[in-house]
Every structure is written in structure tokens, then in C-alpha cells.
Design a protein around this ligand. Structure first.
Ligand code: DX5
Ligand code: ZN
Length: 226
């Protein structure tokens, strides 16, 4: 069966107990941690930044996948590497020179991801697939957790998955972020996503492991039925 990666989003964690939350999420079998860094300009919210990532880096060996919602992202790639990011995903709408940002991320030995808002056509992203480690489809408007999953975004996932095969990048991770839970995960897997971000569906629940396992199983079932 296809191995589906689950990446809990720290945005939904209890910020007064972050170290403990990380321990619990790792023990729950999460594959990587999703860290949403927002600038209040690209998206109408501000979350956390480098000092928080650097502090958490000292307490955890998990893969830190940082989703930056920042205008002109190239300005912060060095600082993210220094803070301990393992991967950085940035918005195509925010970058003046997408290729330069990818090069900067990879230049630090980090994995490069590119994402797009719900209103941005997938055709903007497809030409970049050969150079990416990860493509992220936003299934809500970025900026906030606990929003409803936009099922129509799964067409973008299918387009990215088929284009990644045509473009000779079969190992591309195709990720979905926003409104993912044990129900909507099936549609994500069915469209060809192999990595799911989940915030409110995991953090705050009584049993993190049960949620992570259920999301992974639902997505794997969708994947097998493609
Ligand atoms: C939204 C963030 C998401 C968010 C997801 O801007 O990119 O990662 O935390 O939260 P849920 O899973 O609650 O929709
Ligand atoms: Zn995110």
C-alpha cells in the first residue's frame, strides 16, 4: 500500500506548550511537522517566525517543513536555514523570481516546495515541477486554520500528479493543506496527493496517533482507488 505522509500543522497546537506538543506529535507517528510562517501582508494574519523555529529545532529531530506566507520570500531563506528548516515551501504569487528562490532553498541543502492560493491557476505552477521536491495545493485560503476544505482544488492535485510523471519527476511529493481530516483525506489521496497537512484535525484532539493514523489510512484508500 502507498505510504502517505502526514504533516500536522503547528498552527493548531497549544502555543503555551509547544515542546510537549512536538513530543506528542512525533510519538503519534507524524512524518513531518508543518510550520506556517505568515507576514500579515501576503495573508491577513501573523503567526510565528525564526525564534520559535530555532527553539523547537533544539528539542526535536522531526523534519521541519516550513510553509512561508511571505511577500518576496527570498529575503528569508538564509534565516530559515539558520533556524533549522529542513524544507521550505513558498507562494508563487509572492516571488518575483521563482527560480531564484528555489535555487536559494536548495543551495542550503533544504527541500524546495512551491504552492499556490485557491484562486491561482495550476498552469502557473506546472512549469516548475521538474525543479521541485514538493508541490503544495492550498485547499483553503491561506492565513487561518479551521476552514472548510475546497474540494474543487483536487483537480489541481490531479494535474500536478500527472504532469510530474510526464516531466520525469515521479518522486515529487504532492501535498494538500487546509481543511484536511479523516473524511476529506480520501479525496486528496484519490487525486494523487501523498502528503497531507492537518492542523485542527489532529491538535486539540484526545488521541493524536488515532487521528494521524486515520488520516493516513483514508488517503491511502483513496490513492488505491484511483
Ligand atoms: C493555513 C495554513 C494551514 C492551516 C491548516 O494558512 O497553511 O497549514 O494550519 O489548518 P487546518 O488543518 O485546521 O485547516
Ligand atoms: Zn500551511
Amino acid at each position: 500500500m502507498k505510504k502517505i505522509l502526514v504533516s500536522p500543522s503547528l498552527l493548531a497546537a497549544d502555543f503555551s506548550r509547544l515542546g510537549e506538543e512536538l513530543d506528542r506529535i512525533e510519538a503519534a507517528g507524524a512524518d513531518m511537522l508543518h510550520l506556517d510562517v505568515m507576514d500579515g501582508i501576503l495573508v491577513p494574519n501573523i503567526s510565528f517566525g525564526m525564534p520559535v523555529i530555532a527553539s523547537l529545532r533544539k528539542t526535536s529531530r522531526m523534519f521541519f517543513a516550513v510553509h512561508i506566507m511571505i511577500v518576496d520570500p527570498i529575503r528569508y531563506i538564509d534565516a530559515l536555514a539558520k533556524a533549522g528548516a529542513d524544507g521550505v515551501t513558498f507562494h508563487i504569487e509572492a516571488a518575483r523570481d521563482v527560480g531564484a528562490v528555489i535555487d536559494a532553498i536548495k543551495g542550503h541543502g533544504m527541500k524546495a516546495g512551491l504552492t499556490l492560493k485557491p484562486g491561482t491557476p495550476v498552469s502557473d505552477l506546472l512549469p516548475w515541477l521538474p525543479r521541485l521536491d514538493l508541490a503544495l495545493v492550498m485547499s483553503v485560503e491561506p492565513g487561518f486554520g479551521v476552514q472548510s476544505f475546497i474540494a474543487g482544488m483536487m483537480d489541481k492535485v490531479s494535474a500536478i500528479r500527472s504532469q510530474s510523471l510526464r516531466a520525469g519527476n515521479p518522486d515529487l511529493i504532492v501535498q494538500v493543506d487546509g481543511g484536511v481530516d479523516r473524511t476529506t483525506a480520501t479525496a486528496c489521496g484519490a487525486a494523487g496527493a501523498d502528503c497531507l497537512v492537518a492542523g485542527s484535525a489532529v491538535f486539540g484532539k484526545a488521541d493524536y496517533a488515532a487521528e494521524v493514523t486515520a488520516i493516513r489510512a483514508a488517503a491511502a484508500a483513496g490513492w488505491e482507488n484511483r
